[in-house]
Write a protein that binds this ligand. Sequence first.
Ligand code: ZN
Ligand code: ZN
Length: 207
Amino acid sequence: MAHVIVMSLSLTALYELVFPCHCEACGGLPESGQYRFLCGSCAGRMIWVGEEYCRSCGYPYAGGVGAARRCVKCDELQPVFSAGRSLLLHQGPGGALVRALKYRRALHLREDLARIVRHVSGLADYVASSVLVPVPLYGLRQRERGFNQAQVLAEVIAGSFAGLTVEELLVRVRATSTQTRLTREDRQANVKKSFCHEGQCSRRKVS
Ligand SMILES: [Zn+2]
Ligand SMILES: [Zn+2]
């Protein structure tokens, strides 16, 4: 008599079955730390954004300058958005996690990213009852990459706190070149008129 064995493995468990656990930042063994794919040493070197940060762009202050102050760059640039929040600086191990997700399709990092999201002081209040709108990729790039990293991050945040939803309200209407090596002015020109609001794409483009 044949037996049917139903196996239930999470994507992370399946990944660990094929590739032994390693630290995404240094390649070492994560041991039994707080994260599956980040060793204790690298986790300790992440630069967290605490309570004192620029309310416009989210960049952290070194400390002792007042939590409600805007940074010098935002005073100069006058951004069109009213508020921003950062979790980590894109440096060292924090940058390594983001690059692994974006360029090496490291979707097995979702559980660690959720731990990071839940660790950030004040983030639950900041995003309470929000609708999270991931920045879309152009169709061809999404097909090449196989996923949208902004969508993954939005889903990680939505899954970390109650009352949040993820909605794809933006459509990317033209392909843009990579922003990585562009100046600030070139980045702005590169994405101008690249998005429209879902359902209104033929009437108005969001610049
Ligand atoms: Zn490490
Ligand atoms: Zn700022």
